[in-house]
Design a protein around this ligand. Sequence first.
Ligand SMILES: N[C@@H](CCC(=O)N[C@@H](CS)C(=O)NCC(=O)O)C(=O)O
Length: 225
Amino acid sequence: MSYTLFGTNVSPFVRKCRVYMAEKGLAYTHEPVNPFQPPPNFRQMSPLGKIPALLDGERAIFDSTAICIYLERCNPAQPLFPSDHYDYAHALCLEEYIDSGLMPVAGPLVFRPLVLGPVAMQQPLTKEIKEAALEVVENQVAPMWDYLERQLGSNEYFVGNKLSIADIAVASGHVNLWHGGVDPDPLHWPKLAAFLTRLWARPSFVTLLAEEQKPWNRRAAVAAV
Ligand SMILES: N[C@@H](CCC(=O)N[C@@H](CS)C(=O)NCC(=O)O)C(=O)O
């Protein structure tokens, strides 16, 4: 088996797969494809033109959820998907909550104006743009933090009291907010805030977060506006 994962490091979906692979101890080659300037024939691998895509030898798979499930089926040791049927479904539900709930809001309406625009699109951050992004956090992201806080309860992990794909998805998605200086306030969401701190301290995240600091960590720049 030889795995190649395609997609730039700042994508939460690529990050999810990379953290998953690190936690499983799976070796892979990383090709940091920008989906807006893809290499020729990228759509043969990823017909929607999105990242990540995975090559296992000659075989292509797209979509982060499909990729992680495929890798889990091929590499069942040290499981990151729960064995209990309900827990398995629950982990996928939480992953979907991040992929289709948090990311479509946090990506274009918070990460893009606070981080991607200034770094990669020649769209400098202004006070008005920052305020609009923070309004989205207050009105749309905060209710999702309420849900995640309740889901976590007093547990260390989201499902089955054991690290799973649900935890990896939640922690991966929140890195993009962190880059923009947006974090759940520990006074309002103490369990979620502590969970993120714990997950990001795992070696699987530490390596990737170090790699992403430049140019994506805009916390100081955002705070200064
Ligand atoms: N459901 C997909 C979502 C992937 C996705 O939206 N990736 C973004 C980057 S974060 C992308 O490739 N966007 C390019 C586009 O929409 O054309 C997955 O889980 O892999």
